[in-house]
Design a protein around this ligand. Structure first.
Ligand code: F3S
Ligand code: F3S
Length: 105
């Protein structure tokens, strides 16, 4: 899977959404999250993110390793809906992400 990391927090550019052929990039309050089981590793989202927030799972910088878990934990409640557009925005961000200080200001 691919993983969205810290640079997305409070930016939520969403350019990535338009690229994903399987609609597996879901919106939370603070950032977006890639569904680890629905992502088909096409990699189309990675180059379009203007803040370079997206990484292949093996390439996530060590400082942001906990975002790999966050991209999975976001779906504890949602499960595998099979499409982000029909789900829309939810407030299922992991608590530690909710608690992050405002970013990028
Ligand atoms: Fe976030 Fe980059 Fe997508 S900022 S919403 S990962 S384009
Ligand atoms: Fe979609 Fe990016 Fe995965 S475009 S299929 S989330 S690599």
């Amino acid at each position: 899977t691919y993983v969205i990391a810290e640079p997305c927090v409070d930016v939520l550019d969403k350019a990535c959404i338009d690229e994903c052929p399987v609609d597996c990039i879901y919106e939370g309050d603070r950032m977006l999250y890639i569904h680890p089981d629905e992502c088909v590793d096409c990699g189309a989202c990675e180059p379009v993110c203007p803040v370079e927030a997206i990484y292949y799972e093996d390439d996530v910088p060590d400082d942001w390793a906990n975002y790999t878990k966050a991209n999975a934990d976001f779906f504890d409640k949602l499960g595998s809906p099979g499409g982000a557009s029909k789900v829309g925005k939810t407030s299922d961000d992991p608590q530690w992400i909710k608690d992050l200080p405002p970013q990028g200001e």
